[in-house]
Design a protein around this ligand. Sequence first.
Ligand code: ADP
Ligand code: MG
Length: 590
Amino acid sequence: MTKGKVVGVNGNMVTAEVDGDVSMNEVAYVASAGKKLKAEIIRIRGRRAELQIFEMSRGIGIGDEVEFTANLLAVRLGPGLLTQIYDGLQNPLPQLAAQCGFFLERGVYLSPLDEEKEWTFTPVAKAGQHVTAADTLGTVPEGIFRHRIMVPFFMTGFYEVVSVSAAGQYRINDTIAELKDDKGNHFQITMSFNWPVKRPITCYRERLRPSEPMVTKIRIIDTFLPVARGGTYCIPGPFGAGKTVLQQVTSRHAEIDIVIIAACGERAGEVVETLKEFPELTDPKTGKSLMERTIIICNTSSMPVAAREASVYTAITLAEYYRQMGLHVLLLADSTSRWAQALREMSGRLEEIPGEEAFPAYLESVIASFYERAGLVRLHDNSTGSITIGGTVSPAGGNFDEPVTQSTLKVVGAFHGLSRERSDARKYPAIHPLESWSKYTGLIDAQGTEYARDILFRGNEVNQMMKVVGEEGTSLDDYELFLKSEFIDYVYLQQNSFDPVDSAVSTERQKHVFGILFSILISRFDFDNKETARGFFNQLRQKFLDYNGSEWKGSEFNRLENEILAYLKTRQTGMEEKGQKILKTLSEVN
Ligand code: ADP
Ligand code: MG
């Protein structure tokens, strides 16, 4: 084992002189005051290694011993990850969270998985069969999922199955299979193994282009700014604009199997809130606790920066593990700005040449390689699995023209920019409908959404103009356009995340309701003045909001829909032609 001695300390960075071979990202322990503090090599120069310490580094002094493990920073994979709350180094935190205390005693590293728990194993592979990394040897039920017990991902060659254990109860460290390679070496396989967090898991046949929408049940997203399963998106927004609430609503309702939350909080209190609230939330799909399909990796701004950096990698590695089981995983990182700040801090300590705003010059490539770990893949058994990544960015002052937002925008497939103006006006979710964009295909025919977007765009222009020339200086036609754009905003873009019905809108309902909305948008009216026009839309809006709050296809829903259509007829003189054609395609799809 390679050893070393501390020759320099600079905050969370320690320089050690080493007596043998070491490698980048290798884990080491610094022995200080009777404790062994975990660290990772982040630079090697000659016989000197620079280490980032994952703990508060106070007390470390020149001459302290360092032990190098020859292992890369890794996570433990196996059944029992779901429902867990971990810190960035995969230490389980639940007891601590309950007490709202956040610090494990320094130098204490707990087993990430319960080693005594028994799992009901069902063999899948048969003796004599040839297998390779990630092939399924058996399964155990984990919550509502069949957790695949796979050939460890580092066993990339081909192996013959010598035996697989009979169905029964096993613990994660019990042998469940024996394999042998072509040289006759035997390997005992258990239900868990380690994998280095900075190395993507790629035991799949091919990457596929994400094409199916990941339905969030949030109208503005699914209809106008869709996210694909296996795609990536970012939510930049100023402090308090609703990033965290939006991610929570998404994690609750999105049509995916597993949610992994990497919470790098702005404030400790915020993360505590997440930890308290989450276990109390019920999964609308199963009626059970949402935690049964969730893993939370949590850090606060008061934890050492290195642990914060690790948490992002821990989260994506766990996501990749479940993707290998043919599951659809959503990874939500909140906030990636805190992560970038950790990179900046370490880069500063390493005295690297700084890039823009003192972020490291490689910021962009680090962000890109994180988002690249998302994706839809075809596995060896022909099933598919996906990881969708949604990351929030919290730029100072809400100014998106800064390195973290800009680097993220270059790589993601959708941009949900939150606007201070909208959140101040309590227009939630505060996603800006005109500045945001998505490269993915959504639930609704693009001609339809383009048409509505055009009204939003032109209505906004009228609104801006009205601020200058006043309502009197605006033509009735323009005013009508403005009313229509406001209507879209109030009844469709805004959504009440606290209303039991309105908070989650199914695909079917979105398609249907968009059709009703569309027939209003393409209508011509016989208004004789702005007053009547405004009065009409106010009435219509109220009916539509009630409609949004009524149970899908219930009697109230049908009654309100008929009422809306009848009320529309009282003023409608016809329908715009281009719109009529689109309406036809929309209803054909329905
Ligand atoms: P951020 O993470 O961007 O700093 P939060 O998500 O914590 O902001 O939201 C701040 C506050 O705004 C919340 O505590 C809540 O009162 C309000 N808010 C945010 N989103 C919504 C929403 N969709 N519906 C109602 N209130 C919201
Ligand atoms: Mg937040």
